[in-house]
Write a new protein. Sequence first.
Length: 469
Amino acid sequence: MKKTAFLLLWSVLAAPAFAGGKPAPIVFFSDFGLTDDAVSQCKGVISGVSPLITVTDGTHQIPAFDIKLASFFLAQSAHAWPAGTVFLAVIDPGVGTKRSAIALKTKSGHYFVGPDNGLFTMPARELGIERTRVIRNPAFTRKNITSTFHGRDIFAPAAAHIAKNPDDFDKIGPQLNAPLLINWPASKTTDTGIEGSVLFIEPSYGNVWTDISQEQMDSLGIAKNQDLAVEIGGNRLLVPFKNTFGDVLKGLPLAYINSRGLLSFAVNTGNFAEKYGATDDSTVKLELSSATFSDMGLLAKNNVFFDLRYATDNNFTGEKIYPSGKCYLRRNAGAALLKASEAAEKEGFALCVLDCYRPAYVQEIFWSILPDERYVANPQKGSRHGRGLAVDVSACDLSGKWLEMPTGFDDFTGKASSDAKDVSAAARKNREKLQKVMKQAGFDIFPTEWWHFDYPGWEQTPVMNFPLE
């Protein structure tokens, strides 16, 4: 008899709402903090609906009333949790007012329960809204509802019932056609860079997250490993753009793309926010100039092919020199290359890029093999490639196959000169049309190498030595 009663109780408590017949998990976000019993009371109410429900704390350290940050965390967290998960969110400065209590189901199959104050803006826009209900059915709330603790009295029990049995979602109250979605100011690209703001400062580390996305950075072709000119809260500084904290020495700052895909700032084993005076309401400006390096692979279209020879062993050294086939150029030279590629496409051909920015240490290697200034710049004077204002290019067809050219790449003979006569008619024609589009785009022709083109101003531009990715 006892066993039968236990099984009956189990069947009631563990309605088949999730995989394996268990209730769905609840992920709980709030700005309650942990200095009192508010969180535990909400969990107690959930346990009263079904002790089998697992409640995971998203965070209860959301800054008080910060609906925007909470919305961001909810959207981010939803990508990590399976469909069916219920997100209980209580950041509710309007508690007890006429704002509605709602439950929202997204097209991804996630549920969100909390106040209708814009809290679910980001998950709704990222995941899509399937339908929304106003929580009015007293069967899914506590009997006695206070005016200042709806997290315990309305949202927690409603979330628990949905987790226990998702069919209860449509019984919870009438449909709401349009939950409140907020149009928060967003970061924006400008002619001179990107303007945004601080989204979050990690409490334990002082790392500063901005609302500038990797997609925005990539749309401008911003290359890694260079110094970026940034202004944060009125403070201007140069910060190297790296992959992770250990890419700079301890105590030094860096810019990086964090795990959420956002431009962020940190100090290796230090606190960026404290050191540079960044606050939650600081503005952020990323300032680009002609000196900024562009990653051309992010900007080029289908009429540019990248065959960085020094990223392979198909070059005069016979060895792979670069760790990757990245093509970095200063912004003005990069824009000119894109202009040349568009002109080439109109003429029925494309550009095959063979070399771009070259770190100074590589120039030392080349000079040790071939100390001939007709073909290799003396590293004491500095390479034009090292300044980010030179590019090696061949003409190719629209599929990326080389057209007939006077010589191959890295040919150190007279036939490689920009005006060599002892070449075939086809090679001369292809060389001339390549020179035409490059010159019209603003490049200068290099005398001893038909593939080499310089952008004006290289003489006044410093040689760089930051590594390629």
